[in-house]
Design a protein around this ligand. Sequence first.
Ligand code: GAR
Length: 200
Amino acid sequence: LLRLAVLGSGAGSNLRAIIAAISEKKLKAEIAVTLTDQADSGFRKIASEAGLPALHVDGGANPHRLSEAAQKEIFEHLERARVDVVVLAGFMRILKEPVISAYAGRIVNVHPSLLPKHKGANAPQMALDEGAQETGCTVHLVTAEIDAGLILAQAKVPVHAGDTAETLHARIKVEEHKLLPQVLNEWCERGLPVRGAGAS
Ligand code: GAR
């Protein structure tokens, strides 16, 4: 079984979707470790309640960056847990060396937009500000350049009149919860998934 590390900072709904896919045998992988920079997050609660190792790493003062010590600490946790694939499920700090090189081609991120549109931290709001008719979510490989690695799969979501960033983001998450486990399972069964896999 492929050994996953799941990293997150927020509500943890994507982690919950991965856990559910594993227990429903739709995803033949195991979660070796979870790791968060937010000690009191929903993400960490979901991990603990599922009986998973739920590690907390102090990321440092800047909420979007990780201190050098934290970058190294995360690397050490991944090595210790003998992780095959690193899944960023709402991890809101930028992962850099040594993890980026050591796990090159084995780190996936889920992002709430149709990349390359709306990179960064407030993607659903960006789609609204632009007056977009549709947006969606993307699962992609993580490289040193933010939100720019190879796109593995995307799903589209309509923007409704009267949407707020919250209502739109909630609709996007419904698709993320299907797409991310699906891409991970393809990875487990067939190796690295191809561009467009699982797109609707
Ligand atoms: C997800 O929508 C994910 O795409 C987004 O954070 C949310 C986490 O939700 N990630 C980013 O915006 C990364 N730039 P969750 O904690 O409920 O899984």
